[in-house]
Design a protein around this ligand. Structure first.
Ligand code: 5RP
Length: 223
């Protein structure tokens, strides 16, 4: 199976899981990236089964609207049963690295509101220790050098992601060469640096369920 087929399989598995749990008032949180796009396309076939969605990025909002799915502002929504999104890495405890698509802050906000965070990923994303994928950090532009120096003190090698501006008007610093053995603590430490908006560790609020696409079928890992 190709990586694309694995992504489509996990996207379909997520739709199959949430569909019987939705009603015509349900609003679904939707992530960003190529796997989340597969989910949007699969979800669009069941538009009548739910009310609409909250998007974690402008790109996702555009794709949802393109399918005719109503997109709500998060501030107008009190209940979000599910948030479905991809990841750049997951460990076996469902701690994640996200932000390869620079949408980490909005993704983290929508995940915080959702009752159940379902992560969908192909098998290449499951790792024993997080950190091979460089950790994205969203930063207020004027704090770039300060934050980079502080990240070096935490043992990382920061690199400015050239040419990328987030949906919030900020920049991304990718942190290379981290061995993330305590993701909750590192998430807290990086978020405490002045000028950091948030970082791509989802450990304080990990996924609740990981649907992992493997050549043998979709495997489910739960907290
Ligand atoms: C975007 C993300 C994505 O979920 C992550 O980059 C995975 O993307 P893909 O499904 O394309 O591999 O965090 O900010």
């Amino acid at each position: 199976m190709t990586q694309d087929q694995l992504k489509q399989a996990v996207a379909q598995a997520a739709v199959d899981f949430i569909l019987p749990r939705l009603d015509d008032k349900s609003i679904i949180g939707v992530g960003t990236g190529s796997t989340a796009n597969c989910f949007i396309d699969a979800l669009a076939l069941h538009k009548g089964a739910f009310d609409g969605a909250v998007a974690s990025s402008e790109a996702t909002a555009a794709r949802l609207k393109g399918h005719g799915i109503p997109v709500y502002e998060l501030n107008t929504v009190s209940d979000l049963e599910f948030y479905v999104d991809g990841a750049d890495e997951s460990d076996e405890n469902l701690n994640l690295i996200k932000g390869g698509g620079a949408a980490l802050t909005r993704e983290k906000i929508v995940a915080a509101v959702a009752k159940t965070f379902i992560c969908i990923a192909d098998a290449s994303k499951l790792v024993p220790v997080l950190g091979t994928f460089p950790l994205p950090v969203e930063v207020i532009p004027m704090a770039r050098s300060h934050v980079a120096r502080e990240l070096v003190k935490l043992g990382g090698d920061p690199a400015y992601r050239e040419g990328v501006v987030t949906d919030n008007g900020n920049i991304i610093i990718d942190v290379f060469n981290l061995q993330i053995t305590n993701p909750v603590e590192l998430e807290r430490q990086i978020n405490a640096i002045v000028g950091v908006v948030t970082n791509g560790l989802f450990a304080a609020r990990p996924a609740d369920m990981l649907l992992l696409g493997t050549p043998e079928g979709v495997k489910t890992l739960s907290k």
